[in-house]
Design a protein around this ligand. Structure first.
Ligand code: F3S
Length: 424
């Protein structure tokens, strides 16, 4: 434990002058600061909270949130929510039981009372309304969002837990340690990729292999930029680069605990600072082939009948929704297809006609949730297919389904025929 400097206002929060809800929040933030040796607190511009689905938080979580909301605290910065266990507007249509929906809505109500925006998405970085600026200190809890925001937008955040992100939002500050500091952003792993990485599925497979190896390392990819189109200044519409990088970050964060990666000559800090970002004692890893990842992620080669094809983990961007819409337009699906996304992204896709294309074919563009946090088992789903690296192992672990993992084209083919096709 070290001395943590608190200014007068922060000390007053800790003393209870702003009420018990703020005091509880400052206790959490200050305790983390002391544990991790932070010198002081950094003001934040944005927060993002995970631990929203009733499937994960249960009755104890709902009671905890409701009690905090009843103490009268409100967030001080724009604060967004991760997906919950169902789409608010269509949970009955989705077949979600009332016994699940009721406490889920209670949790969302508590967040609302705290002033948290009901974005219900894991891709706050795709929302223009988030107003994120390069270099901002933020407090984000969704691990895939942390990886994308830190690496691609140069945001400064640690991997917060749900309660600590909420606490930071309530006091408008977070403890200044780890990835908030320059030294915490230096790479301790150099990764060389010696095989082709051509698609969203490939980037997820790469994230799996590297994440398993490096744990919570900070990464320097020395040659990955060769497999990426240029990164646009504005990533909010998605696009080939952003779509691949969001799945890479999700897999790195999900199979390891990676919060930050640099790509030589490509990501903002790497482009600005070059190899000075690599620590002299950095370890090295060379990836020769993605085949070992596919062997694990496409773990059920004997399964051919698919109950649900799911696209959008992390939540689908506009460009991903457009790609699915173009592929299924005018056709009839043989099995269920969910394209999961944030509600505001869905609205834009609706205006573009892509939601109609997908839903007229028999699919759903589902907002607010995903196939990991929704009660998939209770919906009778036994086999799934996806092109998303994180989903490939998370859904079997969380929902007990069998999984096929591969390219978007294979997933579309499975949705159209109900059967997983041979490799393309
Ligand atoms: Fe997002 Fe669900 Fe994947 S929360 S990162 S779509 S597991």
């Amino acid at each position: 434990m070290t001395n943590l400097y608190l200014n007068d206002e922060e000390q007053a929060m800790l003393n209870g002058a702003f009420g018990p809800g703020v005091q509880r929040a400052m206790e959490i933030v200050a305790t983390l600061g002391r544990i991790y040796g932070a010198p002081d607190l950094a003001p934040i511009t944005h927060a993002q909270i995970a631990g929203v689905s009733y499937k994960n938080i249960g009755d104890a979580g709902v009671a905890f949130l409701s009690a905090w909301a009843a103490e009268g605290a409100r967030v001080r910065v724009p604060t967004m929510l991760n997906p919950m266990g169902m789409e608010e507007a269509r949970w009955q249509e989705m077949g979600v039981a009332e016994a699940f929906a009721k406490p889920q809505l209670e949790a969302i109500g508590a967040f609302s009372k705290l002033g948290v925006q009901q974005t219900l998405t894991c891709v706050p970085y795709l929302l223009p309304e988030a107003g994120l600026q390069r270099g901002d200190h933020v407090a984000w809890a969704e691990s895939s969002a942390v990886a994308f925001g830190s690496s691609i937008l140069a945001l400064r955040t640690n991997r917060e837990g749900g309660p600590s992100a909420l606490a930071a939002a309530i006091v408008g500050r977070t403890a200044r340690y780890g990835y908030h500091l320059d030294q915490g952003r230096q790479a301790n792993w150099v990764i060389e990729v010696a095989c082709p990485v051509r698609s969203i599925a490939d980037f997820g497979a790469l994230g799996y292999l590297v994440g398993k190896e490096v744990g919570n390392g900070c990464l320097w990819f020395s040659d990955l930029g060769a497999w990426l189109p240029p990164l646009p200044a504005d990533v909010t519409a998605g696009g080939a680069a952003a779509d691949r990088l969001k799945t890479l970050g999700a897999a790195l964060a999900g199979y390891g605990a990676v919060a930050l990666y640099h790509i030589a000559g490509y990501t903002p800090e790497a482009a600005a600072l070059g190899e000075t970002l690599i620590r002299p004692d950095a370890r090295r890893l060379r990836v020769e082939s993605l085949a070992p990842a596919y062997a694990v992620m496409d773990a059920n080669p004997e399964v051919s009948t698919i109950d649900l094809v799911t696209i959008g983990c992390p939540h689908a961007s506009l460009s991903e929704i457009q790609a699915v819409a173009q592929a299924v337009r005018g056709q009839k699906l043989a099995t269920q297809l969910w394209v999961t996304t944030g509600r505001s992204i869905r609205q834009h896709a609706e205006v573009a006609g892509w939601v109609h294309d997908i839903e007229a074919a028999g699919g759903l563009v589902v907002a607010d949730t995903c196939a990991v946090v929704a009660p998939i088992k209770q919906l009778g789903i036994k086999s799934m297919a996806t092109n998303a690296g994180k989903m490939a192992c998370y859904a079997p672990a969380h929902s007990g389904v069998t999984m096929r993992f591969g390219e978007l084209e294979q997933c579309i083919e499975a949705a159209l025929s109900g059967l997983w096709p041979a490799a393309l």
